[in-house]
Design a protein around this ligand. Structure first.
Ligand code: HEM
Length: 428
């Protein structure tokens, strides 16, 4: 990580826009203008560490290509042995993490196919439709609490901490049979572990990430043991009871990775969709008016939020063999970084790409959920939660507005708000 950090900083000083966005939190207030500086290089541009693409067709093709696979165990593989030893001495080590193999997001077929098949039905559009009403109830309850808190604080509350972050973690916990009392602890672990996706972390952040992943993994171990003894009617209990080392089920390790991934992905991302959506609507009163006049626009508005300010800004792939990308050679083992957030402002796909337009006809063509076999498992759930959360909020508090600048999260890959102070105004 140290060497990687030095390399990224050197490129940033040399004027590389991708490296500048990665190293300068001030630039990340609006990274999009900087990504534009990479637009003329096609198909691939020089990025912070390797080559990157900002083009919609290139990103899509790489994500769908069998010549590329997941980067794999990048969390620990990149560390020199001495640091790995230091980490082991520093505290509990997660033997299983949400983003390393055997987590489905870190492996290629045939393993990927097997893991994903076991959980996909629980996240289908049909299954998610069945959760909408309960999600609305959760949103309304959270808004009741929010109103109570605001009354005690001059009408002001932190929308990020008190609403956007609580809704997804409550929904996914209920879905998977995790005690709702755990939600604050999950959020705390999630906050500390979120930088795990970023490259070139400093030592103390890295240690904190490892510690929180270790604590999380110990908790999962205990929780899954308990489910095995006393299964409920939830998805995890169903998975636990089919554990089988040489059959159709998941091994203990695979199960922990799956549970940690699904829960983590379930609340670390949608929180940012809700927060980014609220912030965009504050900045665009005309779009907000359109939604008030025609609530059937909400689903499209959520996709437009995902396009304009995506919670997952980038992903990466490793070439499994030497190949070409739009005619340009790529060596076996090379990593390509796909700047999804920039691809979603590709002028060849989206007219006036920097304009936030809730009526945009092809808003749904964004890559915010990726593409190909790893296309977000939770896309239907995230869309439904985003719609319900934002619509409930804006309809109940028509006078809702910002009460200060708020603060962005410090992470590079995940983009959202750490705090978003608002004045609620009176409720309808
Ligand atoms: C995969 C984004 C919500 C579970 C992905 C990927 C992206 C993404 C970009 C692909 C990663 C890659 O190809 O490298 C998002 C965004 C969300 C969101 C922007 C919210 C707005 C959720 C939710 C869940 C979830 C609510 C809950 C189940 C997953 C899983 C994968 C995944 C399990 C891995 C799928 C696979 O490898 O086959 N997500 N996600 N996500 N997402 Fe989401």
């Amino acid at each position: 990580h140290g060497a990687m950090r030095v390399a990224i900083r050197a490129r940033a000083r040399a004027g590389n826009p991708d490296a500048q966005v990665m190293t300068d939190p001030a630039l990340r207030a609006d990274p999009y203008a900087h990504y534009e500086r990479l637009r003329t290089a096609a198909p691939l541009a020089d990025g912070a560490l390797g080559r990157v693409s900002v083009h919609h067709d290139v990103c899509t093709d790489v994500l769908r290509s069998e010549d590329f696979g997941q980067i794999g165990a990048y969390r620990t593989d990149r560390l020199p042995p001495v640091l790995r030893l230091a980490l082991r001495l520093a505290g509990p080590r997660p033997s299983v993490s949400p983003i390393d193999p055997p987590s489905m997001v870190a492996v290629d077929p045939p393993e990927h196919t097997r893991y994903r098949r076991l959980v996909s039905r629980a996240f289908s559009a049909r299954a998610v439709a069945g959760l909408r009403e309960r999600t609305r109830q959760i949103a309304d309850e959270l808004l009741d609490e929010l109103e109570g808190e605001a009354a005690a604080q001059d009408g002001q509350v932190d929308l990020a901490a008190r609403y956007a972050s609580l809704l997804p973690v409550t929904v996914i916990s209920e879905m998977l049979g995790v005690p709702v009392a755990m939600r604050e602890q999950f959020l705390a672990w999630g906050d500390r572990a979120a930088p795990v996706l970023d490259m070139g972390l400093d030592w103390s952040t890295h240690r904190d990430v490892e510690r929180s992943l270790g604590e999380l993994d110990s908790w999962w171990r205990g929780h899954l043991q308990q489910l095995r003894r006393d299964p409920g009617a939830d998805l995890l209990s169903a998975l636990v009871t089919t554990v089988d080392d040489d059959g159709g089920g998941l091994t203990e390790t695979e199960l922990r990775a799956t549970a940690a991934l699904v829960v983590g992905a379930g609340f670390e991302t949608t929180v940012n969709l809700i927060g980014n959506g609220a912030a965009l609507l504050f900045a665009h009163p005309d779009q907000r008016r359109l939604l008030a006049e025609d609530p059937s626009l909400w689903p499209n508005a959520v996709d437009e939020v995902l396009r304009v300010d995506p919670p997952v800004q980038r992903t990466g792939r490793r070439a499994r063999r030497s190949t070409t990308v739009h005619g340009v050679p790529v060596a076996e083992g090379e990593w390509l970084i796909l700047l999804l957030a920039a691809a979603d402002r590709d002028p060849r796909v989206f007219s006036d790409p920097h304009v936030f337009d809730v009526t945009r006809p092809n808003a749904r063509d964004h890559l915010a959920f990726g593409s190909g076999i790893h296309f977000c498992l939770g896309a239907a759930l995230a869309r439904m939660e985003g719609e319900v959360a934002l619509q409930a909020l804006f309809e109940r508090f028509p006078g809702l507005g910002p009460a200060g600048p708020g603060r962005r999260r410090g992470t590079v890959i995940l983009r959202g708000h750490e705090s978003l102070p608002v004045v609620l105004g009176s409720s309808t």
